[in-house]
Design a protein around this ligand. Sequence first.
Ligand code: 9YT
Length: 134
Amino acid sequence: MIVRSLADIEGTDRDVAGATWQSRRLLLRGDGMGFSMHDTLIHAGTRTEMEYRNHLEAVYCIEGRGSVTTMGGDTVAIGPGTLYALDRHDRHVLTAKETMRMICVFNPPVSGTETHDESGCYPLVPPGEESSHA
Ligand code: 9YT
């Protein structure tokens, strides 16, 4: 069994920052679960455009308020207790009115320190290779 707390991760190489977010990676590919799980902060007042072409992502908000908009779709309000799942690799924009704390699950799992490339996706890191910033 793996037991880990947020305090174990903060300030380590599992604590990964992007321009508008900070992702504390509780489970990564190397943990062997078949998915990764992140405790992520989306900073207040930011807008993040993403398109996870190589991954499926489910996002469960536990703190803070904002909205998510898919391209050509509606804007949906996000708050504590709301889940969105990008089951079609949807391009989307996340807008944080307040700092939002999200539990993010990725399939296939993120391997380490991946951050978004210019198109808003994470690279698919081949098995056995080191993860790296995109
Ligand atoms: C909600 C979202 O996708 N935020 C960007 C960071 C990412 N989810 C991560 O790596 O935790």
